[in-house]
Design a protein around this ligand. Sequence first.
Ligand code: CMP
Length: 144
Amino acid sequence: MAGTKTFFIIKPGAVSHEYIGPILAKINANGFHIAALKLIQLDRYHAEHFYAVHHEKPFFESLVTFMTSGPVVVGILEKENAVADYRKLMGATDPAKAEEGTIRKLFAENIERNAVHGSDSDENAEIECNFFFSKSERYSKFED
Ligand code: CMP
């Protein structure tokens, strides 16, 4: 059975353009419960660890520089089938390929400055949620 939570980031470009409100409104309008939320400045250590899976990619250095260039919003979203449904709402990684009405189509600048991140599996959702939030920082509708 698919899990009920996913982890998301509103990236520096979208935060600096004052898109936090519009993006959260879209998330709520699509039936997600916001179980945790905070505005933080990522440091290099956390950005490198968070994106460690992309360490060998040519864009890794640039991605880490971008993700530490200003504040980000991190949070936990809850809903049945959360990972897949939020990935559909985000749209394709490259906003040029994203469907109309998706968050990336509406708010992203390019494939790197692509407005938002979302977990790609239930397993990674668990890891990413735990990377940023303790259990006491969550208001869950699904878990104790
Ligand atoms: P995200 O969903 O946060 O996961 C990894 C990120 O790497 C991705 O969004 C993009 O911001 C970035 N990324 C993925 N592919 C490329 C690419 N080809 N060029 C630049 N950045 C990329």
